[in-house]
Ligand binder design. Sequence first.
Ligand SMILES: *Cc1c(COP(=O)(O)O)cnc(C)c1O
Length: 397
Amino acid sequence: MKKQITWKKIKSETQSVWGGETKSFPDGATQTPTVNSVAYAYKDLDEWEKVSKGDKPGHIYGRNTNPTVSVLEEKIRILEDAEAATSFSSGMAAISNILFANLKPGDTVVAGKDTYGGTSKIFLEFLPRFDIKVELCDTTDHKLIEQKINENCQLLYLETPTNPTLKIQNIKWLSDIAKKAGALVVVDNTLATPINQSPLSLGADIVIHSATKFLCGHSDALGGLVCGDKDNIHRIFHFREINGASLAPNAAYLILRGMKTLALRVEKHNSNALELANWLLNHPKIDQVYYPGLETNSGYKIAQSQMKGFGGVLSFTLNGEENVIPSFISKLRFAHAAAHLGSVETIVGPPKTTSHVENTSEERELLGIPENMLRCSVGIENIDDIIEDFRKTLESL
Ligand SMILES: *Cc1c(COP(=O)(O)O)cnc(C)c1O
């Protein structure tokens, strides 16, 4: 496996397994080694200088680049069909680095108002301190977003599907408008994964992943990955190599290992979540089900046109005045109650202790997130067991 490969022609299952991992490793190891070394040695000063100037491949210092991390960056680059990729210590590090590497005082960011909780904190608390204006629009009001882009916008920030209400934004339509206005388009692709959605092919400039979620898939490593063209990625990488939000080699290894099964897992997440969503929809104790794969969902048509599958995350609310979410959560047998998503196990949690823990209840209400909502990241278990677990739990309430 040492030949040049035209990855465009290779299917995502194969890319997940082989992407980035086709070069030879020391002693013929078939698996990417975890290189924990921070420093590197050279034949002589001449070689050292060449590597440091980028005239010869190699590494200088762990904050800048690392061999294990590079393999992971290459894998996501291939899966997103991007020119370049870089990495971060977490998804939030990736998001803040993209924003701070590209914005300056006086600029305006346009975004939907229900972005991930941490992201919305950056928008509401930190960017304004640097005299950067953030226009938070109703997430699915595409006409309003268009208007705000055309008023003044240097960066359009999209997240689709959103967390936890699974709203859908039309990436191609909004990217076209932003491009005409000269704005940079950033898409958080965490919930969709590159298996279900390819924002760059729809016109986005930069795609970001919290690799902590589906890419890693096993809830045991934090990371952030960013893809785009060479210039954009270089600017973001340069900011990161200086501020130091670098991905640790051990975390990179775990994410790399998780990503080998990404295509396989996502297929299962997609079918399990769709089945559970349809089942919940018909249950008398369930009020609303939020899942873009349901034909009754307002985002269904756009989702169908830009996604290959609808993902593993859904949310729902229960009927009645009383908040029964706490007892529902404690009665499930096959679900972790945790502030996380995208793992092989089913995970449940209310937004107030998960995605929007950083927000006050007033802020959550403004974001349209009901207090009696439960988010469910459907795992890869047999769906019959999950449904049976949900059925028994709902009956007992
Ligand atoms: C979790 C998450 C993030 C933040 O990622 P971390 O790795 O936890 O920093 C960003 N966006 C979305 C959609 C997420 O779910």
